[in-house]
Design a protein around this ligand. Sequence first.
Ligand code: PEP
Length: 252
Amino acid sequence: MNRRPFIAGNWKMYKTGPEAVQTATQLAGLCSNIKNTEVMIAPTNLSLPLVAQALKNTDVKVGAQNLYFEKQGAFTGEVSADMIKAAGAEYTLIGHSERRQYFGETDESVCQKIKASLGAGLKPVFCIGETKEQREQGNTYFVLDKQVSDGLKGLGLGELSDLVLAYEPVWAIGTGLTAGIEQVEKVHKHLRSLLEKLFSSDLADRTRILYGGSVKPENVKDLMGIEDVDGALVGGASLDAEKFINIIKYNE
Ligand code: PEP
């Protein structure tokens, strides 16, 4: 199966609106001759419509970092999937470890958010990953299996064609530590067979599985060389357009 490589940038809580537009515009210029790789950036929700507007006729796509699963209502401070979609996003990050860690995100709320995204026509980038302690205790696969099966609970085969999975070991996010090639290889292979077991071999074959965790220009080529790695979710190194383009052009 020929899965299109996908490189996504998570801008977390960095950049004001004007700063986000400036970096996004610079990045779009640098990406003008990129054809085979899909590129997406996820700015803050506040910058999202500005960035989406700036990237309108470019090849760089836009995603949100989070949303709330209810359609509308008295949920002060929250933003719905329809609002994200109307702001110009195509993707949403769901279940990022920082949201699980600092904002009480659970497998159940992740599942509701994935459903809300799909219902609004947004493509979810569903983030999963084990902590350092869970890995050291030998629980990596148990944790990942639970995150995937609970996060996708109640969803049918036909609804998942736009799903992207992102494996992000928590201990590798923002720490400068990257999982070893062999570790990434094993987990991605495992995740693809899990999708096959839970859904179908066709879905497992078509679903892109990204790696995230201190990806940088120096390690992206080796990571992308792994058979079941179809892309990267990049935090810190996506904030600078010149640095990020060197990740996007991992093959050159
Ligand atoms: C992330 O935020 O998803 C991430 C992987 O961050 P970093 O690349 O900085 O480790």
